[in-house]
Design a protein. Sequence first.
Length: 132
Amino acid sequence: MDAGRGGPGAAGISGDACRTRVVLDIVGDKWSLLVVRSLRDGPRRFTELSRAIDGISRRMLTVTLRGLERDGILTRTVHNVMPPHVSYELTEMGRTLRAATAPLLEWSVAHLARIDDARAAYDARTDTSAAP
């Protein structure tokens, strides 16, 4: 078995771990999963995505869409109409990513208030402004 593809020895494990980390970096950044979630009901135009994802800048949305397209998560289609418009849609792989991450996003929404409370309690206990 090839050592770079999970074969025996530390090199195989290390190589696979590094490649896995690269993939997790791609889909685990601040905006990618929100874009994937926003495409769950089918193709959307750039402006629709921009409105649906609170707080994302046009530049960051462009960067995120390009990265997801490069990685095969979504497709970009230019429609030859006047005026021309572009739509984005999840690929088959993108749909499997959405299915895999939907529980995480649902968990996030369900626990936002508890996380806010925990952070406030932690910050109150560890007020760094009082440190010597």
